[in-house]
Design a protein. Structure first.
Length: 250
């Protein structure tokens, strides 16, 4: 049995955070002493450890989705949810490396569909070249990521080959779950013809993905421990005293 303050101190969070987790339904309801204080069991400790470790690599949205499944013993369904998100990380890495390739080379014909050589391209041609919908290009324009010229006669968008290059960078970085601020930083350096700085930012983003894969694997190890404990009906969370939920992987 554990007092809330004991678990909160070990996880370096507040006791109110523990109460929030319980109110969200992502940990089992705790019994209470006669004085009203919560009593946390070994199973609660396993849940709290898992939540903290999973949040670091996957975010609280996924945690709030899978923890109720685990409590209902829908463990396989929860594991597939996690596997889906984790598998996406590899694709994100490939897209980020593609963005770096786009920045480091002068030609982009190796990473886009064949395009006719001309001064400008329509929104349909640009969208088809990088493999996205026209609405996506309009959304990026609304976000201030790209601003193509307009035909003065009909108002149609006119994308240059440099615009298409920017669109490729936007697509690959956006798909790699980077924030709009990171994408804007890279584009700003491109606008200033500071290609080296844009490459540096993109490389740092790749380094973050290398870090994130470790954090996710660490979170999954806590998830496995929790699921094994539940499925095997064990009540001894023997690794509790030695486990930590620091943000540093491994």
């Amino acid at each position: 049995m554990y007092k809330p303050i004991e678990i909160a101190k070990r996880l370096n969070i507040s006791t109110s955070a523990l109460r929030h987790y319980e109110s969200w339904g992502i940990v089992p309801k705790a019994e209470r002493r006669e004085n009203g204080y919560r009593i946390y069991t070994e199973e609660h400790a396993a849940y709290f450890d898992c939540i903290r470790a999973m949040n670091a690599g996957f975010g609280m949205k996924l945690v709030r989705e899978i923890m109720p499944m685990i409590q209902k013993r829908n463990i396989t369904e929860a594991l597939w949810k996690v596997s889906e998100i984790h598998s996406q990380l590899y694709e994100d890495k490939m897209k980020a490396e593609q963005a770096l390739k786009i920045l480091e080379q002068d030609r982009i014909d190796e990473v886009v569909k064949p395009m006719p050589k001309k001064n400008w391209y329509s929104i349909r041609e640009a969208a088809e070249a990088i493999g996205v919908a026209k609405s996506t290009l309009r959304h990026w324009e609304k976000e201030g990521l790209i601003e193509p010229e307009r035909d003065p006669e009909n108002g149609y968008r006119k994308y240059t080959i440099n615009d298409v290059r920017k669109l490729l960078v936007i697509r690959t970085l956006q798909n790699a779950v980077y924030s709009l601020d990171v994408v804007r930083d890279v584009l700003a350096e491109l606008d200033k013809h500071n290609l080296a700085e844009a490459i540096r930012i993109t490389r740092e983003s790749l380094m973050y993905l290398d870090y994130l894969v470790k954090v996710q694997l660490r979170g999954m190890s806590y998830l496995y421990r929790l699921c094994a404990m539940i499925e095997e009906g064990k009540s001894d969370y023997s690794s509790l005293k030695n486990s930590t939920c620091k943000n540093t992987p491994f």
